[in-house]
Ligand binder design. Structure first.
Ligand code: MG
Length: 170
């Protein structure tokens, strides 16, 4: 069996990502690359797309390549206000360089408001196009926390992602 840069068998690998951003006024709310009209948005150095950040951490974690803070430091002025879709494309490139591609990902966004269901199909299509995979390889779910915790108090939004990456077929 071929060896990877990791020195282990080139098998599919699983990854997990988790991120939180604070909700504030006078910011756009961008989730999975889709701008969602609402009275508040997420605070962060980039566009603060908490869902894409969780996805990128899952992808990098699966490959054993650290996290987005390592690859895209939030002190770096190049990333100020940047669309996280661009960072996602770069993450795809980093993975490919390491010999892997995303096979599938499943995201969960925890937000008390706004209701995200109307945007989910658009979120999936937007991510699939950025990554260069079929929409069927992606899943996005939204949940409230029944009013509990920081998400329930609408102080912030959290997101989790799991993914499977597979060796690039040659
Ligand atoms: Mg983040």
């Amino acid at each position: 069996m071929a060896e990877s840069y990791l020195g282990v068998a080139r098998l599919p690998r699983i990854g997990h990502g988790y991120d939180v951003h604070r909700l504030v006024e006078n910011r756009k709310l961008v989730l999975c690359g889709v701008e969602i009209p609402w009275e508040k948005g997420l605070l962060g150095h980039s566009d603060a797309d908490v869902a894409l950040h969780a996805l990128m951490d899952a992808m990098l974690g699966a490959a054993g390549l650290g996290d987005i803070g390592l690859h895209f430091p939030d002190k770096d002025p190049r990333y100020k206000g940047i669309s996280s879709l661009l960072l996602l494309k770069e993450t795809v490139r980093i993975l490919r360089t390491a010999g892997y591609e995303l096979y599938n990902a499943d995201l969960t966004i925890a937000a008390q408001q706004p209701k995200l269901r109307p945007y989910i199909a658009s979120m999936i299509d937007t991510m699939a196009e950025a990554i260069g995979i079929d929409a069927k390889q992606l899943s996005v779910k939204a949940t409230t926390t029944e009013g509990l915790g920081f998400e329930g108090r609408m102080e912030g939004i959290s997101a989790q992602a799991v993914c499977l990456i597979q060796p690039v077929s040659i």
